[in-house]
Structures are given as structure tokens and as C-alpha cells.
Ligand binder design. Structure first.
Ligand code: 4NP
Length: 158
């Protein structure tokens, strides 16, 4: 990882091909638009290793590109060093939370894990970003709606 920046955020989902790479791309775009590139290190990772090395799912890439986001990260699996390297590990749903916190090496690391939905404002009260992988395009659009909302909140609060 490059030299520590003021803020470092790792977005995590199950496969690292739908939700978390979308959150990475959206957050990077918002940070860039705010002129804050120098302050943020942003990455994403998956709990599983099934899609390691792959670009995001073509449906997510297409739906995100309609909103002006280019998603071109490559999937990787979370590693124990992520708990030290990042200030926040933002997960998409309760199952992600359960698994990621179970991998935390200590209490300090466990406290870095939080739900992306905690930063929602327009969709406040929604408690998960549902997995769109087995859904249709509207599920990808809905995931992007939530991700854009939460990333806006993250930028304001953090
Ligand atoms: P993601 O979606 O966690 O948002 O990347 C998924 C992608 C792939 C699988 C599950 C969820 N999968 O089982 O392969």
C-alpha cells in the first residue's frame, strides 16, 4: 500500500465484482470532484476468492457508466493486513459484517468494520445494500442508488 493518506477506506462485499467495486468507483469520483484526491486512499475487496483478478460484473459496469462512473478495478480478496492498512472497512450487509468482524485480529481492528448503510441520508433506515448478482438490472440500479447516497454521506462526515 502507498504512503498512508489522511483517510483510507476499504469497501467490502462478498465477491468484489458488484457492490464494493461500485462503491470504490463512486467514492473515488466524489473525492476527485471535491478536489480531495490527495487525502483519500480508496480500495475494495471481496470476502470470497472466486472472482480474483476479474473486472467488475459487466451489468454493474454498464449501469454505473450510465451515471458517469468507470469501474475498472480488479477483484481481490480481503487480507489480514487490511485491518491495519485502512481506517474503515465498509461492508454491504449483515452477513458481510459477521464474516469480516470474525476475521479481525483484535478489538481495535473489529471496531473499524462498519456498515456502508450507516452513511445513508436519502435512504436513511435502509440497513443493507442487497446483493444484485442474481437479480435484474433494476437491482443493480438500486445498489447504485444506495451506494451514491452513502458515499455522499461518507464524504461529508469523514
Ligand atoms: P458482490 O456480488 O458481493 O456484490 O460482488 C456477488 C458476486 C458474486 C457472487 C456473489 C455475490 N458469487 O457467488 O459468485
Amino acid at each position: 500500500m502507498e504512503k498512508k493518506k489522511k483517510h483510507s477506506l476499504l469497501f467490502i462485499c462478498l465477491g468484489n465484482i458488484c457492490r464494493s467495486p461500485a462503491a470504490e468507483g463512486v467514492m473515488k469520483a466524489k473525492v476527485h470532484a471535491a478536489g480531495l484526491d490527495a487525502d483519500y486512499y480508496i480500495d475494495s475487496a471481496g470476502i470470497g476468492d472466486w472472482h480474483v483478478g476479474q473486472l467488475p460484473d459487466s451489468r454493474m459496469r454498464e449501469r454505473a457508466s450510465l451515471r458517469g462512473y468507470r469501474l475498472n478495478s480488479r477483484a481481490r480478496q480481503i487480507r489480514v493486513e487490511d485491518f491495519a492498512d485502512f481506517d474503515m472497512l465498509l461492508v454491504m450487509d449483515r452477513e458481510n459484517y459477521r464474516i469480516v468482524t470474525s476475521k479481525a485480529p483484535n478489538d481495535e481492528a473489529r471496531k473499524k468494520v462498519c456498515m456502508l448503510t450507516d452513511y445513508l441520508s436519502i435512504h436513511k433506515g435502509t440497513d443493507v445494500v442487497p446483493d444484485p448478482y442474481y437479480g435484474d438490472l433494476s437491482d443493480f440500479d438500486y445498489a447504485l442508488d444506495l451506494i451514491e447516497d452513502a458515499c455522499e454521506g461518507l464524504l461529508e462526515m469523514y
